[in-house]
Design a binder for this molecule. Structure first.
Ligand code: PMP
Length: 391
């Protein structure tokens, strides 16, 4: 039976790590995998998380099972950061813990399917796992172009997709720091999206995986907050794996906005049932550490300061790259107006291969770069290499 299974392609980014690790050049640059890096190339554990972990080890007195909803103290402590003041919108929002943002996206789409959604509208390119999950659930994917030539959203394509959609459709939107393009909607555009969705049967699902890495925790939640003020129903998939640096601990939450406060318990009971059948319950450690950070004013302040340092560094690299402007066929200027850890450079396979072979610069085959892989020291080498291959 099992011998019938066909070989699946290896994860291209993981293969790239191996190539990078085997490269002996001292000035090689890794722009592949999507983790934050300091100016020294490290991805350290947050100080606030270290302190919370020490407290957790000292104080935790049982590791007995939680339910499929996970750590609800974590889920509720995070809500003011995601939804702002009046975080439950009068009892119409509640959530459950999930294994990372991936678990939250998976659960959102599975719940949507269970409720009758058959098609998912989504800007492309997107985080590749979105399409994989949609496909795995047997849902139809209706892609529309996300990025216009000038490095801003292709807003006309989004509006046309929504205009052609109806009952049984969901739309997947990135809340901030779009992966892989870095191209986000402006507040004015969010206002327009929200007005359209408020009047539409299309179910909005927002993936908010990089809150705080763009312009700030409040700024990056602009769209989500406006949306839940106006639409009847929505789901928000939140990840703490980037903004608390917890990647492998798998910390996320799915939040649901119902038409009526009375709907929430019933909707979430379906989320619990789906979780039971998939992962039973989410891993505890990382979410418990986030809860301890958020319930302690000093740790919260420390976390927010560390997050600000990350955001500032990403902005500095973006500004420096944008300052290089047009390099042959590649214009870096729009990077200053974009957000988060990623940008897409319009490079051919051959150009990406030449960057690797001739300059030791490693990036995804799509042309996506991890902005945090660059430092003030290696930016001149990077821009010179881009100018050489794209000139
Ligand atoms: N959504 C997007 C857009 C992402 O880029 C990622 C991580 N690469 C996730 C969700 C999931 O994050 P995690 O499961 O690691 O929390």
């Amino acid at each position: 039976m099992l011998d019938r299974l066909e070989q699946q392609p290896a994860d291209a980014l993981l293969a790239l790590i191996k190539l990078h690790d085997a490269d002996p050049r001292a000035d090689k640059i890794d722009l592949g995998v999507g983790v934050y890096r300091t100016g020294d190339g490290a991805t350290p554990v947050f100080e606030a998380i270290k302190a919370a972990e020490r407290k957790l080890v000292a104080e935790q007195d049982t590791k007995a099972y939680l339910g499929p909803e996970g750590d609800m103290g974590f889920v509720h402590s995070l809500m003011p950061y995601v939804f702002g003041s009046n975080p439950t919108r009068g009892g119409r929002i509640d959530g459950m813990q999930t294994p990372g943002g991936t678990g939250a996206v998976r659960l959102a789409l599975a719940l949507a399917k269970k409720a009758g959604v058959t098609r998912v509208l989504m800007g492309t390119p997107s985080w590749p796992n979105h399409a994989q999950i949609v496909k795995d659930l047997g849902l139809e994917l209706a892609g529309f172009n996300h990025a216009a030539e000038d490095g801003t959203p292709d807003f006309a394509a989004l509006k046309a997709a929504l205009a052609g959609a109806g009952e049984g459709d969901a739309v997947m939107l990135h809340g901030a720091c779009h992966n892989p393009t870095g191209i986000d909607y402006t507040p004015d555009q969010w206002d327009e999206i929200v007005a359209i969705l408020a009047d539409s049967p299309v179910l909005p699902i927002v993936d908010l995986a990089y809150q705080g890495l763009g312009y700030g925790m409040d700024e990056d939640a602009y769209g989500v907050r406006k949306l839940v003020d106006a639409v009847p129903e929505a789901m928000i998939a939140q990840s703490c794996d980037k903004n608390f640096g917890l990647y492998r601990d798998r910390v996320g939450a799915l939040y649901v906005l119902g038409k009526d406060a009375g709907d929430i318990e019933r909707i979430l009971s379906n989320g619990h049932a789906l979780a039971r059948a998939a992962w039973s319950m989410p891993p505890d450690h990382g979410a418990a550490a986030v809860r301890l950070v958020l319930r302690d004013a000093d740790l919260t302040a420390r976390w927010l300061a560390e997050l600000e340092q990350m955001r500032t560094r990403i902005r500095q690299v973006r500004e420096a790259l944008a300052g290089a402007g047009q390099l042959g066929s590649v214009d870096l200027a729009p990077l200053a107006r974009q957000s988060g850890m990623f940008a897409m450079l319009p490079l051919s396979k051959e150009q990406i291969e030449a960057l690797r072979a001739d300059y030791g610069i490693y990036m995804a085959g799509s042309g996506r770069i991890n902005i945090a892989g660059l430092t003030t020291d290696n930016i001149p080498k990077f821009t010179a290499a881009i100018a050489a291959v794209a000139g």
